[in-house]
Design a protein around this ligand. Sequence first.
Ligand SMILES: O=C(O)CCC(=O)C(=O)O
Ligand SMILES: [Fe+2]
Length: 191
Amino acid sequence: MELLAIGLGVDRMLYREFFEDAVSIMRTNLYPTCQEPNLSLGTGPHCDPNALTILHQDLVGGLDVFVDNKWHKVRPVLGALVINIGDVFAALSNGIYRSCLHRAAVNSHKERRSLVFFMCPRADKVVKPAEELVRRSEGGTRKFPDFTWSDLLEFTQNHYRVNETTLENFTDWFLSADRSNFKPTHFKTSH
Ligand SMILES: O=C(O)CCC(=O)C(=O)O
Ligand SMILES: [Fe+2]
């Protein structure tokens, strides 16, 4: 968190303090072998909605990240962790940092495991970017409304499958008068 603050040029302790009472989730994923790996999703394409993801994968391989309109393999490196920006951090940085689209494939010869730590703010904490980041970002305006992790969780668990346009569609849903009739209008279908 301190490194992210330094990278963005804000007070070094800002995010460390913001996440001091974080309520994080650890998930273990097991991908059994599959006779038809090309017809199967493993973990389908998505962006993590939480703040930051710390992922440990075994040496089998299968994690891909979507960059410059292409899927790239994230080659396993013994002892290395993969760190992903999630949507909450994208909102905290007023869109300066983006969450990244990723997926995990299965294969026909070896089962695979990954261990994933999802850092999330306390459920009722207001997610709001630092003023200086708003001033510095494109157009100098807020990209997303103030919201809580519990608002975003409700959206991603009950109304929407997380992807590159989660925050834009969440913003529309969050500000709409009738949330029960929500239809997404932001799409990216490049993958
Ligand atoms: O298993 C993996 O490498 C990716 C899992 C993942 O993206 C997730 O659990 O959110
Ligand atoms: Fe993920």
